[in-house]
Design a binder for this molecule. Structure first.
Ligand SMILES: [Ca+2]
Ligand SMILES: [Ca+2]
Length: 221
């Protein structure tokens, strides 16, 4: 850039830095003199990529951002799981109230008709009484009722027993324990110790530990 004066520039007498810099660099390459080796070296420096310092700065910035975002993300996921589980408990509560309207009593918490595989858990009773089809009454008074709920696969634990879920008279359908958003079985107690006129349903909550409905447990009372 030292080789040209402002008369080369067409923009109102002000130095055209791009033009002057480009020519300067070209001349520096051409002459390869000590005077321009700095400019030459600087251009190669940019071609080479990032320095260690620059990489460290970028990594530090990413680490700081991650330390801010990740806990917020975990907290949001936890809240979403709590909301999902609370919503499921509310839906089951509504379903069981409908069941009572149809059958005059709330579902049992430890008994399923013609179950095979062992004693049903309360989580399996939730599944059976909310997701099965029922036939009640006889002849002209016969009604079919249910299912009151539909479950997605991730709302179901591992099946170990079977009973008649589809109402075809054959005890050949899988019963699943209903699980919360963390994969733990819900607890159903009928009659409830909190809702003494109906039933209690609760989830172990985020800590996965049974706090009998206290601490972080998610409940219907
Ligand atoms: Ca069946
Ligand atoms: Ca808990």
């Amino acid at each position: 850039m030292l080789f040209f004066d402002d008369s080369l520039n067409s923009a109102g007498g002000k130095p055209n830095l791009f033009f002057r810099g480009g020519i300067g660099f070209f001349m520096a390459k051409k002459l390869n003199s000590k005077k321009f080796s700095f400019l030459d070296g600087e251009m190669r420096f940019y071609k080479r990529g990032f320095t260690v310092i620059e990489m460290l700065v970028v990594i530090s910035v990413i680490a700081i951002l991650a330390s801010i975002i990740l806990p917020a993300l975990n907290s949001a996921q936890k809240k979403a799981k709590i909301t999902k589980t609370q919503s499921m408990i509310d839906s089951i509560t509504t379903a069981f109230k409908q069941y009572r309207t149809d059958f005059g009593a709330y579902p049992l918490d430890d008994t399923i008709p013609n179950v095979s595989g062992g004693s049903p858990t309360s989580a399996e009773c939730i599944y059976y009484y909310s997701a099965a089809s029922f036939v009640a009454g006889e002849n002209a008074d016969e009604i079919t009722a249910g299912p009151y709920m539909e479950y997605r696969q991730k709302d179901e634990g591992t099946s170990t027993q079977s009973a008649d879920m589809d109402g075809d008279g054959a005890s050949d359908d899988s019963i699943f324990p209903v699980v919360d958003a963390w994969g733990n079985s819900l607890i159903y107690i009928e009659p409830g110790t909190h809702n003494t006129n109906s039933f209690d349903i609760y989830s172990y909550g985020p800590d996965g530990a049974d706090d009998s409905g206290g601490d972080d447990d998610i409940v219907n009372w």
